[in-house]
Ligand binder design. Structure first.
Ligand code: DUC
Ligand code: ZN
Length: 458
């Protein structure tokens, strides 16, 4: 199939220019003004922005959390992603604790995802246990196209201690890979939870109090000191606050390579959400928690100064019924929010339209940087001859309002309920196929597992 997109504004990480885009089968073959093609289906996209398909490097579909499983699996989750312009997700596969291998973890995640995805997909691998076997398996993972890993400094079922953290990131550096790290101080958080319980404090308003910014910043600091010793690049995932960001800046000033990721919920919501009446705060329970207005400002400034490399979602959705598991005890509320469907439109509305960031920065944050970090550039992350024809035709004039009544998630709540969107998805192409038009999916389950190369974001 051949398509010719006429007169769109082609956005890259560097510039925006009016050009035509010729697509043949899965690939972009030409990007220049004045293309003529006799046999291509021509679409007039004048007035529209053409972004490389958005990449979400942080999703949790079909994940078991707190005795339940996320409302969205790879089927519904990747449909929602595609409707929001995301053509490639990198979800977190995980090794299980108790002598299990990375290979077993990978097989488990392939069984969850294969044949169900409507956008392309890959996995990071969470390492939760470090031993000779796991060490040997890093090369096996690379052979399977997994070049990024995840480590937890919190959650007992997942976390590694400082000794293993050091060993793992050093090994990953030797193998040309890196880890994204969930930074929160597990011990102090446990103590704060105990204090809350002892005082009979059970509601969701306690959630941000027991996981304070200081305990995220402490873990970021510790991670970065360990990374300095290991001479290893690392990524701080879901960065939420100013104190933690300062730790990153300090390490960079020492010459360390530190990547940072944040998410729309940390840019657009503040911790007053946890005090909403009738247990509504539960909808916003995620870890790390949503912070204060000044933290939002810090993150936006960091984005404007290119000091945060990517905006992902940490998509991890639950229904209201599931959230109510913590009605009498906020620590039993399953943590996580949906987000894959609205990331691009929220960033455009509240980032680009407000002048906080440019559309070229949006391109880097949602697509190009993630493609480089996760080893799929220039197949993905750019609209150029030879690249996959993953294209978001973005209408800067489209207006809508986010609502759980109309979203594609299998949840009955949306953390951005009522947010106005100025700009929206007009069409989406996935490897040359028109897969979204008029807010409907035209082609389901054509997502492909992508074997990734190594990080090339310098
Ligand atoms: N935090 C969440 O809130 N949910 C899933 C995983 C995580 O780190
Ligand atoms: Zn996560």
């Amino acid at each position: 199939m051949k398509y010719l997109l006429k007169n769109g504004t082609v956005v890259s990480g560097k510039e925006s220019r009016i050009a035509d885009v010729l697509i043949e089968d899965e690939k972009i073959v030409r990007v220049e003004p004045g293309i003529i093609s006799e046999d291509a289906t021509e679409l007039d996209v004048s007035g529209k922005l053409l972004f490389p398909g958005f990449i979400d490097g942080h999703t949790h579909f079909d994940l078991e959390v707190a005795g339940t499983v996320t409302a969205d699996d790879f089927e519904s989750g990747t449909k929602a992603a595609l409707l929001g312009g995301t053509t490639f997700v990198v979800d977190f596969a995980s090794q299980d604790k108790g002598g299990h291998t990375l290979k077993e973890g990978l097989e488990k995640w392939h069984a969850k995802a294969d044949g169900k995805c409507s956008c392309d997909y890959s996995f990071h691998m969470s390492i939760v246990e470090w031993n000779d076997q796991t060490e040997q398996e890093i090369q096996d993972m690379i052979d399977e196209g997994i070049t990024s890993f995840k480590l937890y400094m919190t959650y007992p079922a997942m976390s590694v201690d400082d000794k293993d953290l050091y060993k793992i990131i050093k090994k990953l550096r030797q193998m040309g890979c890196f880890a994204g790290v969930h930074c929160e101080n597990a011990g102090v958080i446990d103590a704060l939870i105990q204090e809350a319980k002892d005082a009979g404090r059970t509601g969701p308003e306690n959630h941000p109090l027991v996981r304070p910014d200081t305990m995220e910043a402490e873990a970021v600091h510790r991670l970065l000191v360990i990374a300095q010793e290991a001479e290893a690049p690392v990524m701080v995932v879901h960065l939420t606050n100013q104190k933690a960001f300062r730790e990153i800046e300090n390490a960079r000033a020492e010459g360390q390579t530190v990547y940072a990721e944040t998410c729309p919920q940390y840019l657009l919501l503040d911790d007053s959400v946890y005090s909403r009446p009738d247990f509504e705060g539960a909808k916003f329970v995620c870890a790390p928690p949503i912070r204060k207005k000044q933290d939002q400002d810090c993150l936006w400034n960091a984005l404007a100064e290119d000091k945060i490399q990517t905006i992902a979602t940490d998509q991890c959705s639950f229904t209201w019924e599931q959230k109510k598991m913590g009605l009498d005890d906020f620590t039993k509320i399953p943590g996580g929010l949906p987000g894959v469907q609205t990331r691009g439109t929220l960033v455009y509305t509240y980032g680009v339209k407000t002048g906080r960031i440019t559309q070229e920065q949006m391109c880097r944050l949602l697509s190009e940087n993630a493609a480089r970090l996760y080893g799929v550039y220039p197949e993905k992350g750019v609209l150029a001859p030879g690249s996959d024809a993953d294209i978001v035709v973005f209408d800067p004039d489209k207006e809508s309002v986010i609502s759980a009544k109309t979203h594609a998630y299998r949840t009955d709540n949306n953390p951005f309920e009522g947010f106005a969107l100025h700009g929206g998805i007009d069409k989406v192409f996935l490897r040359g196929n028109l897969v979204v038009e008029n807010d409907r999916i035209l082609k389901e389950k054509s997502g492909k597992y992508i074997k990734r190369g190594k990080n090339e974001l310098l």
